[in-house]
Write a protein that binds this ligand. Structure first.
Ligand code: ADP
Length: 616
């Protein structure tokens, strides 16, 4: 086994690698940028080296700085994690030239698989089925157009150097091909410095299915079954699972066989993933699954494979890198149950999934499941990197049980004040179509209205916040403006201010209520809602400084006790307003004289209308 390991990465994957390394007795070195100096992975490593300022280009992507850190800390090996330099063949070579062990894919395999067109040609030659399309060198718009016509629309234009869902354009018909090509090329040139493209048949109802492969330095290659990552938004994975729903033994044998063949074709060592696209319009069929690309690294979603196989893939990586044989042979690997992973992001689904950065004042992640998190309570979600907070991983005997466990886990997430996609994940995991047996990659787009939570609180959240405001024994009625009536039976409803509006609701206790830095926040179904007792400017005991008595909401004045020119004592009842069938007592904010009175019994008033004024 290796004696020491530098992790050229950050966040959850750095912590994940440290965990296994520690268990195996490997000394760990973290490298960090200025933005990450206080992050958990820096504290958790045995040693930590600063490598530069926040921008990744000047830190995590600067190979020379990472090698210098390795030399200084006498690290013997480098684990690149995923992203950053993990699929950079030049860096891999530099690591090996420096006499260090590279816990990543062989540089030759990274190069062979780096460009989508070359990778597909290689696979074609190895007898692996590839998506029908055009991979040629002739990149003239005329040729590309005629190839698209030949393949038949819809087609997908893909940047050969693309990745991360960038540089792809779907073209519905010949008429829009030219424009889509030009825009795809611009994006490819800007993002990857290479504007070459390939054309693929656009697969209807496509499912993304990938196979985990592993190789060692002794020529052994095994697969660890498949994952299904079809739950995507804009070509980005949202929920991953293993195995793939609807996969039968024959199809699995064909798929994993093709994957092992692909890995063998590039002399693969370490952890790799072969991605396939399946036309699932008619269920999964071996003759409708095609090679898409190979990822020459450990994937974000590797934990679902760990869950169903009981293996630690980081341990496999460290063993393979140190020259050991793979821990298991193919016939010693089995699928046990069903696993799912959801990616918890600091982003706001109801605002177009905009990243939501900042300090996490409150963090409560589900217990009793595997959580690979990047941050702890009090840590920053920085704008410099991927805003992932954690991965939530569940394992159960069956797929429905796993989906239910995942939905429940997402529902109990508490994060504040940073916004998260937990509510969205909970809805997606609980969606009947998903639960029934898998989805295709267009699911979220088609059902956005159903799976993306609204920006306003729903009835349940309002009712739960109202319940939290119910007066406790000893509180007067004004504390909660609840259940107070001038006559008759008490009204069970409660006024609550939530989502910037005042609501009157029947209280129903649900979710969790926390007091965070002076705010009361309701956590319900993955959502977070600050709420309070409505504080209309002159209602209750807290009046305005200038003595203005304003209508807290539109309503009818049902009682006037104030008399213009007369004195009023602090807390003395001046007016009663009925609004939404609740009565609001408006009292004097301080001792003074009523100098203005603009309403009488029966007056209809707008929200914010001046009703009366007290002067000291
Ligand atoms: P990237 O390298 O940017 O991740 P991929 O080639 O892996 O790009 O494709 C990303 C996603 O795009 C896939 O998971 C799938 O949802 C979709 N996709 C790719 N190729 C096709 C295709 N031929 N037809 C339909 N969808 C596709």
């Amino acid at each position: 086994m290796l004696e020491s390991l530098l992790i050229a990465n950050r966040g959850e994957i750095a912590r994940r690698i440290i965990r296994t390394a520690r268990r195996l007795g490997v000394r760990t070195v973290a490298v960090y940028s200025d933005a990450d100096a206080q992050m958990p992975f820096v504290r958790e490593a045995d040693l930590a080296e600063r490598i530069g300022p926040a921008p990744a280009r000047e830190s995590y992507l600067d190979g020379a700085k990472i090698l210098a850190a390795a030399a200084k800390t006498k690290a013997r090996a480098i684990h690149p994690g995923y992203g950053f330099l993990s699929e950079n063949a030049d860096f891999a070579e530099a690591v090996e030239r420096a006499g260090l062990i590279w816990v990543g894919a062989p540089p030759g395999a990274i190069r062979a698989m780096g460009l989508k067109d070359a990778a597909k040609k290689l696979m074609q030659d190895a007898g692996v089925p590839v998506t029908p399309g055009y991979l040629g060198d002739d990149q003239s718009p005329e040729r590309l157009k005629s190839e698209a016509d030949r393949i038949g629309y819809p087609v997908l234009i893909k940047a050969v150097a693309g990745g991360g869902g960038k540089g792809m354009r779907r073209v519905e018909a010949a008429g829009s091909f030219g424009e889509a090509l030009a825009s795809c090329r611009r994006e490819a040139a800007a993002s990857f410095g290479d504007d070459r493209v390939l054309i693929e048949k656009y697969i209807a109802n496509p499912r993304h299915i990938e196979v985990q492969v592993f190789g060692d330095h002794h020529g052994n290659i095994v697969h660890l079954f498949e994952r299904d990552c079809s739950m995507q938004r804009r070509y980005q994975k949202v929920i991953e699972e293993a195995p793939a729903p609807g996969m039968d033994d024959t199809t699995r044998a064909a798929l994993t066989g093709a994957a092992v063949k692909a890995a063998r074709a590039v002399g693969y060592v370490g952890a790799g993933t072969i991605e396939f696209i399946a036309d699932a319009s008619d269920g999964l069929r071996a003759d409708r699954i095609w090679f898409m690309e190979m990822n020459t690294r450990l994937q974000v979603e590797h934990p679902v494979t760990e869950a169903i196989t009981g293996q630690d893939l980081v341990e496999w990586q460290l063993r393979a890198a140190s020259g050991e044989k793979l821990p298991k042979a193919q016939d010693q690997l089995f699928i046990d149950g069903w696993a799912m992973e959801a990616r918890l992001y600091a982003e706001n689904p109801s605002a177009g999934f905009l990243p939501s950065t900042g300090r996490i004042a409150h963090l409560n992640l589900p217990a009793n499941i595997r959580v690979d998190s990047a941050v702890e309570q009090g840590d920053l979600v920085s704008p410099y990197y991927d805003p992932m907070i954690a991965k939530l991983i569940v394992h159960a005997a069956t797929r429905p049980a796993a989906a239910e466990k995942l939905a429940n886990a997402c529902r109990t997430v508490e994060v504040w004040p940073v916004k998260t996609n937990a509510g969205f994940l909970a809805r997606a995991a609980a969606d009947p179509n998903f639960v029934r047996g898998g989805v295709d990659t267009g699911f979220i787009e088609r059902h956005a209205a159903r799976v993306i939570p609204a920006s306003e609180p729903g009835r349940d959240a309002i009712a739960a916040a109202a319940a939290a405001l119910l007066p406790k024994n000893g509180d007067g009625p004004w504390q909660a403006l609840a259940g107070f009536r001038l006559a008759g039976a008490p009204d069970p409803r409660v006024a609550v201010e939530i989502g910037g509006e005042v609501h009157i609701a029947e209280p129903v206790a649900a979710g969790a209520v926390r007091e965070i830095a002076g705010d009361r926040v309701l956590f319900l179904d993955g959502g977070a809602w600050p709420f309070s007792t409505p504080q209309p400017k002159a209602a209750g005991e807290t009046g305005t400084d200038d003595g203005a008595i304003l209508a807290p909401m539109p309503g009818t004045v049902i009682l006037v006790e104030a008399v213009k020119g007369k004195a009023a004592k602090r807390g003395q009842r001046l007016l009663v307003l009925e609004a939404m069938k609740m009565e609001y007592i408006l009292v004097a904010p301080f001792d003074g004289t009523v100098v203005d009175l603009t309403v009488k019994t029966g007056s209809q008033v707008e929200e914010g209308a001046l009703l009366a004024r007290i002067e000291r």
